[in-house]
Design a protein around this ligand. Structure first.
Ligand code: PEP
Ligand code: MG
Length: 557
């Protein structure tokens, strides 16, 4: 047996075989070929295979999701027969003597651009389909498998690191656990693993490709992985895993109960989600609403800019399924570690301090307006709050609100139905904390993003695993900022929540309640454990120490 240590992302046990994940590398050769005929036939073959793939996906989808959902695959197969697209690709091969990969990249990109610039939202949406089939053809040409779990049994996935966009595409039903050699516990990948309830170990330096196919245990409690565990250990940890399942089942009794302390103080406990596919988790865990819908995952999940129509459908679905519960949708927080190729963002020396989130939205106004229009249209279907990320000044907030108003007026002129919306901001920069009194006058609510607030307050890059020894998630400066934000919000009639990972830290629940927090938004699987802790707190008693709270939570959870 081999024991390898790392940093745990979730207290839990995963047992299964290891599968190595290698990120697809797609480097397009820009050189010229002296055999264009060969490239034409490579393209034809890849296209035929892509059509076959789409047809089998169609069959699979009909069986699992029904005819309507499956239709997209038959549309893709038809698009791959499109004469204009085929001619344009072959023209680049024969006319310019490029390799098939380069020709597919260029010709499909050009066609996608034409669709993207059309007025009709339906035709605009076709541009994402062109990019989708382009990726399929390129993967075939380059021998890349994109589905990490393709043909796999349920497994523990091992990788150097995962990008958030890779994590979100993993087949959750086959993912037992994750091990990465790099990565930090505060990265978005870690957040995703937590919200998927997947035991994961990051910074496991000893992880090795020779582990492929071996039986392993990820022990999130002890921050280690056991490879080829002894039969005794396997038995002990299988029992622990079953105990966890039983404890989770016991928590089910708390469904339908209020988040009320012994002395009668009630707060809202909401869930953080990454997209409509997490709605089931919100309902299963009886969250009172969604306190953070990270809308950028809608962008990370796409191969090209999601159209207004696609976004509208995603937001409408979330709002309608959860109505009348509140759903706080954060506008696109792309940038830093969350990058998508199609946005063509420059590589920066300091991405966390760089061109990201609201800074992109305020400079690419059309991009921002597409999302805001989609949100406003969706507001007719439920209880929506819009939240702007990374705000550092009242000027920025007002600019966002002006653009929102501009969108509202444009839609009103077209008689589009819209609902009442709350508007708020993420307080995740020290600047926002220090200007909280002014910001609160222009907001309905604040949601404190402790992940970034800690990063910016302590000057600790949350992506940099080397800095974890310096990081203190309970840093007094951050706790003081949380109190300052809550007080400032309340002075001006704003409700104040916490949607960063600290919201789920049970050793701080009592502290947050004593500070007067109105809402905690946590990953869906933390909702019931948090409710249990809240219901055991009595604010009339002297405050418990963090240690006492942790011990009690440990015995109960
Ligand atoms: C935060 O910064 O605390 C937050 C909730 O946003 P994200 O983790 O997505 O940056
Ligand atoms: Mg943030």
């Amino acid at each position: 047996m081999q024991v390898a240590t790392g940093k745990s992302v979730l207290n839990g046990i995963a047992i299964g075989k290891i599968k190595i994940y290698r990120a697809p590398k797609r480097e397009i050769n820009e050189e010229l070929t002296d055999n264009p005929e060969l490239e034409v036939s490579r393209f034809d073959e890849a296209r035929e295979k892509a059509i076959d793939q789409q047809n089998s996906l169609y069959e699979k989808a009909v069986a699992t999701a029904g005819e309507d959902s499956a239709e997209i695959f038959s549309v893709h197969a038809m698009m791959l027969e499109d004469d204009d697209l085929i001619d344009a690709t072959k023209q680049i091969i024969t006319g310019q003597k490029h390799f098939a990969e380069y020709a597919v990249k260029q010709a499909f990109d050009n066609q996608a651009k034409v669709f993207r610039e059309m007025d009709d939202p339906y035709l605009q949406a076709r541009s994402a389909d062109i990019i989708d089939i382009q990726q399929t053809v390129l993967n075939i040409l380059m021998g890349i498998s994109t589905d990490a779990m393709q043909g796999s049994e349920p497994a523990i996935l091992l990788a150097e690191d995962f990008a958030p966009s890779e994590t979100i595409r993993l087949d959750k039903s086959l993912l037992l656990g994750m091990i990465t050699k790099e990565g930090s516990t505060n990265s978005h990948t870690a957040i995703l693993a937590r919200s998927m309830n997947i035991p994961a170990l990051v910074q496991c330096g000893a992880a090795d490709e020779s582990w492929d196919g071996k039986l392993a245990i990820v022990d999130g409690y002890n921050s280690c992985a056991y490879i080829d565990p002894t039969p005794d250990l396997l038995k002990t940890l299988t029992i622990r895993q079953q105990d966890d399942q039983k404890k989770r089942a016991l928590l089910q009794e708390l469904k339908g109960k209020s988040n009320t302390t012994i002395d009668g103080t009630t707060i809202n406990v909401y869930a953080n989600i990454g997209g409509p596919s997490d709605i089931g988790q919100v309902q299963q865990n009886d969250a009172g609403g969604v306190g953070l819908f990270r809308s950028e995952f809608v962008y990370l999940n796409a191969k090209d800019y999601p159209t207004e129509e696609e976004q509208f459908e995603a937001y409408r679905h979330a709002l309608e399924s959860l109505a009348p519960k509140l759903v706080v949708i954060r506008t696109c927080d792309i940038g830093a570690d969350k990058m998508v190729d199609y946005m063509k963002l420059d590589k920066e020396a300091n991405p966390a301090l760089g061109y990201r989130a609201i800074r992109i939205c305020l400079t690419r106004k059309d991009f921002f307006k597409t999302q805001l229009r989609a949100l406003l249209r969706a507001s007719a279907y439920g209880n929506l709050a819009i939240m702007f990320p990374m705000i550092i000044s009242v000027r920025e907030l007002r600019e966002c609100k002006d653009i929102l108003e501009e969108c509202r007026r444009e839609l009103e002129e077209k008689n589009v139905k819209m609902g009442r919306i709350q508007v708020g901001i993420m307080v995740e920069t020290p600047a926002a904390v220090l200007c909280a009194d002014e910001l609160a006058q222009d907001c309905d609510f604040f949601s404190i993003g402790t992940n970034d607030l800690t990063q910016y307050t302590c000057a600790i890059d949350r992506q940099n695993a080397k800095l974890e020894p310096f990081s203190d998630t309970h840093h007094p400066a951050v706790l003081r900022e949380i109190k300052m934000t809550i007080d400032a919000g309340h002075r001006h009639g704003c409700w104040v929540g916490i949607c960063g990972e600290l919201g789920a830290d049970l050793s701080l629940t009592e502290t947050f309640l004593r500070m007067g927090v109105d809402e905690l938004s946590v990953n869906p699987t933390s909702v019931l454990p948090l409710r249990k802790v809240i219901r055991g707190i009595d604010l009339r008693e002297p405050p418990k120490t963090a240690e006492e709270t942790v011990n009690e939570a440990g015995q109960e959870a």
